[in-house]
Design a protein around this ligand. Structure first.
Ligand SMILES: *[C@@H]1O[C@H](CO)[C@@H](O)[C@H](O)[C@H]1NC(C)=O
Ligand SMILES: *[C@@H]1O[C@H](CO)[C@@H](O)[C@H](O)[C@H]1NC(C)=O
Ligand SMILES: *[C@@H]1O[C@H](CO)[C@@H](O)[C@H](O)[C@H]1NC(C)=O
Ligand SMILES: *[C@@H]1O[C@H](CO)[C@@H](O)[C@H](O)[C@H]1NC(C)=O
Ligand SMILES: *[C@@H]1O[C@H](CO)[C@@H](O)[C@H](O)[C@H]1NC(C)=O
Ligand SMILES: *[C@@H]1O[C@H](CO)[C@@H](O)[C@H](O)[C@H]1NC(C)=O
Ligand SMILES: *[C@@H]1O[C@H](CO)[C@@H](O)[C@H](O)[C@H]1NC(C)=O
Ligand SMILES: *[C@@H]1O[C@H](CO)[C@@H](O)[C@H](O)[C@H]1NC(C)=O
Ligand SMILES: *[C@@H]1O[C@H](CO)[C@@H](O)[C@H](O)[C@H]1NC(C)=O
Length: 400
């Protein structure tokens, strides 16, 4: 009896001394591997869960991983719990975990970056504290229905694509987005809410049913909407943006941007068949081209002072061109000028159809470079959801 009493601690200690360094790269292939690291409050290295790991895995005891936490291809991993983990210093990568259905990290608040892909059975996150800091969050092709548990206060790139069950996203704490925010290919009923976002860089949305940005005042880059199902879009406090694009939003009836004064780039409103009124009461300056084409009956830009690029406004509707003709005559519209009301086949500046009902859809156009230089959105509209970076690259080329 006393023999057992002594032998057990010795064995345990021997195993610890042999197996564990909290400072070296860690590979975990089983629950017993994970248990070996329970005494490491901080792991100063990368932690990899191997492809062969399976079942329910718990990383207990670990509070911080200064490196990355990653798991790729472990199709038999059904749940992952790290009850006391609060920080992952580098990347948190999960890829191809096709049976993962629970991710439980109650204390996790800070992550270098989140990069999750192909987690079709992961429907919710059990992140009680909530991740408030991440340099980037990229989540694609998961079963998530909400992003509750990701309560970002700061983020760089935020790209949420092809999550076909995702219906609501509310990033309540985010005030300043420092890189691209992109939504595409998620559930068509997805509602995206950024109640407190004041400033951002680029924001692009495809296939969403609502976007709320009540506090947004300034974007240094592009604001773009393609193939969304919302009826209205409103940015009540937005004064300045880069390229501004509404392309092929079939239910859109109302765009409300009452204090928008400056578009630092191209301004494109095309193929939004139900949009009958285009009205931007405070818009003064467009540094690129204006390209509006569709079935609208009113174009009201009473404050417009300068369009540095071209001006192409064509509609099946009976709007009036006279104000623009005067601006053109006064030299305020610098590039090529076209204004056509009651047009049978309104076209965009690159010649593709401006309406969805026409036989010409907005398929590829060779984007003949005009001296006006800024009607970029047609290029963007035809690339797959994920290709934003490539598109921006292409645009740069186009610009050169
Ligand atoms: C692990 O790294 C920390 C910080 O660099 C250091 O203080 C500690 O002594 C290291 N431990 C071992 C066992 O090397
Ligand atoms: C998952 O389990 C199945 C059945 O045991 C096995 O054939 C397969 O190789 C496992 N997958 C991985 C990635 O280990
Ligand atoms: C947003 O964050 C960036 C980078 O941290 C900073 O340069 C910028 O001043 C911030 N903008 C506002 C309005 O806080
Ligand atoms: C934002 O969009 C512009 C083009 O409108 C592009 O030049 C820039 O690289 C984009 N930035 C990011 C962070 O996506
Ligand atoms: C919009 O701007 C006004 C005036 O600056 C401000 O009072 C109001 O709080 C802003 N609204 C939101 C939702 O941020
Ligand atoms: C998403 O929007 C694009 C247009 O940008 C459209 O081509 C595509 O069919 C839409 N996807 C779904 C699932 O509706
Ligand atoms: C569009 O919506 C805004 C804000 O809700 C409203 O003030 C405006 O009258 C609407 N415009 C049209 C043409 O319905
Ligand atoms: C267009 O509207 C003007 C008045 O704004 C009117 O005189 C003209 O007849 C209308 N044309 C068509 C084709 O409806
Ligand atoms: C369709 O596109 C072709 C080539 O771009 C153009 O010549 C033709 O006028 C367009 N027709 C319509 C109905 O937009």
């Amino acid at each position: 009896m006393s023999a057992i009493k002594y032998i057990l601690p010795v064995l345990a200690a021997g195993r610890l001394a042999l197996a564990v360094s909290c400072n070296d790269t860690v590979t975990i292939s089983s629950q017993s591997d994970a248990d070996d690291y329970a005494s490491c409050t901080t792991i100063r290295a990368d932690v990899t869960l191997s492809e062969s790991i399976s079942g329910d895995i718990s990383l207990s005891g670990i509070e911080q991983i200064t490196g990355s936490l990653s798991c790729t291809g472990a199709s038999n991993l059904t749940s992952l719990t790290a009850a006391s983990l609060n920080t992952i210093g580098d990347k948190f990568t999960l890829n191809g975990l096709t049976t993962l259905s629970a991710l439980t990290m109650a204390d996790l608040t800070s992550v270098g970056s989140i990069d999750w892909e192909a987690l079709p059975n992961l429907q919710t996150l059990s992140f009680t504290a909530g991740v408030s800091t991440a340099d980037s969050v990229i989540i694609t092709n998961t079963g998530l229905t909400t992003l509750d548990g990701i309560s970002l206060e700061t983020v760089g790139e935020f790209s949420i694509t092809d999550n076909t069950a995702l219906t609501t996203v509310n990033v309540n704490e985010l005030k300043n987005a420092t890189s691209l925010i992109n939504f595409a290919g998620n559930d068509n009923s997805l509602e995206v809410d950024f109640p407190n976002l004041g400033t951002g860089t680029n924001m692009t949305f495809r296939n969403v049913s609502s976007v709320l940005v009540p506090s947004l005042t300034t974007l240094s880059g592009e604001l773009g909407f393609w193939g969304n199902t919302f009826k209205k879009f409103s940015a009540p406090n937005l004064t300045t943006t880069g390229d501004l694009v509404f392309d092929d939003n079939p239910d859109l009836t109302n765009i409300s941007m009452p204090v928008l004064t400056t578009v630092n780039g191209g301004f494109e409103i095309i193929v939004n068949d139900k949009l009958s009124v285009i009205s931007f009461p405070d818009l003064e300056t467009v540094t690129g081209a204006v390209d509006f084409s569709g079935e609208f009956d009113t174009v009201s830009l009473p404050s417009l002072k300068e369009v540095k690029g071209g001006f192409n406004v064509q509609s099946t509707g009976n709007f009036t061109c006279s104000a623009f003709k005067s601006l053109r005559a006064a030299g305020a519209i610098k590039g090529t000028y076209t204004c056509k009301a009651n047009a049978a086949d309104p076209t965009t500046s690159d010649g593709s159809s401006g309406t969805g009902s026409s036989s010409n859809t907005t398929s590829t156009s060779s984007a003949s470079a005009t001296s006006s230089g800024a009607a970029v959105a047609n290029l963007v509209a035809n690339v797959p959801a994920m290709g934003a970076a490539a598109v921006f690259g292409a645009l740069m080329q186009f610009a050169l």
